[in-house]
Design a protein around this ligand. Structure first.
Ligand SMILES: [Zn+2]
Length: 283
């Protein structure tokens, strides 16, 4: 396993030399984590709610920000897990690079049911991860399939009907129950009504994959009260964003996000009363 990891890291370095930074390998104890870039581009900050001119000038002086969509693959000693599936594009190329067949994936853990997270679940009514069980919060499933039915979400989940597990995520600061050894779900409702983060813990190392806790890190890390138009409940999103940043800064737990930019994994610290993000180096 260690040798395979080194070979893969070697391949990644080669990829980086070609200028294609699409996979970032990371280790959490016995877990191999791979951050996979699904798409990247430059966007304008029209989606921000509550940012004033001074804040825009200070944190987004170019008037644009780098946007990215990511997914994660985790190889534990006994399972292969995918967290979110992006649009269903680059993830399959990245899995091939990692020598992982979609049929080898045991479970797909979903942070929420927006299209840029579930686009790789199914095509033409067929599941693209033929042996995987889907895990998602019951609040998220309920919202998009019953309360506010969304055809995209319903179609994506349909082929997995007999292999879907729903759960109530833990709260941020409570003692946790796990979905699998070393993997637990934590509620971060706000972006969507059942939005869920996943905490990895192995051999004393940790990583919090926070899903869509934020979309524009340059301004939402220092000013977590700024939400985006994609947030179902912008006020709740701002509250949980602030709480999670405080939690990450005080515990030192590294964080990862689906819309953080490459390497999309790093640490949060509080400096002069302002949160800062430091991108991770490989480990
Ligand atoms: Zn998203």
């Amino acid at each position: 396993m260690k040798l395979l990891f080194s070979v893969i890291v070697g391949m990644m370095v080669a990829l980086e030399l070609c200028g294609a930074q699409t996979i970032f390998p990371y280790r959490v104890g016995d877990f191999e984590v791979f951050m996979l870039v699904e798409s990247t581009g430059t966007s304008r900050p029209g989606i921000l709610i509550g940012a004033d001119d001074a804040q825009l000038q200070r944190y987004l002086p170019a008037g644009t920000y780098q946007s990215e969509t990511n997914t994660f693959v985790i190889r534990t000693p006994d399972r292969i897990l995918v967290i979110d599936t992006g649009f269903g594009g680059a993830i399959f190329d990245s899995l091939k690079t990692l020598n992982i067949g979609p049929e080898q994936v045991d479970a797909v853990l979903l942070t929420h049911l927006h299209g840029d997270h579930i686009g790789g679940l199914a095509r033409n009514g067929q599941s693209l991860f033929p042996n995987a069980t889907i895990y998602l919060s019951s609040a998220e499933q309920e919202y998009w399939t019953v309360t506010n039915p969304n055809q995209g979400a319903i179609n994506a989940l349909a082929p997995y009907k007999t292999r879907t597990t729903t759960f109530a995520p833990n709260q941020l600061n409570e003692s946790r129950t796990s979905l699998f050894p070393g993997i637990s779900a934590i509620a971060a409702f706000g972006h969507t009504p059942g939005h869920t983060m996943y905490l990895l813990e192995s051999k004393g190392q940790t990583l919090l994959i926070w899903g869509d806790l934020m979309h524009v890190q340059d301004i939402q890390v220092p000013v977590p009260s700024i939400s985006v138009t994609y947030d179902t409940d912008p006020a709740a999103a701002a509250r949980i964003r602030t709480q999670v940043l405080q939690y990450a800064a005080s515990t030192g737990i590294p964080v990862a996000g689906m819309h953080l930019v490459y390497p999309a994994i790093g640490g949060i610290r509080l400096e002069n009363n302002t949160f800062r993000f430091s991108p991770s180096i490989q480990r």
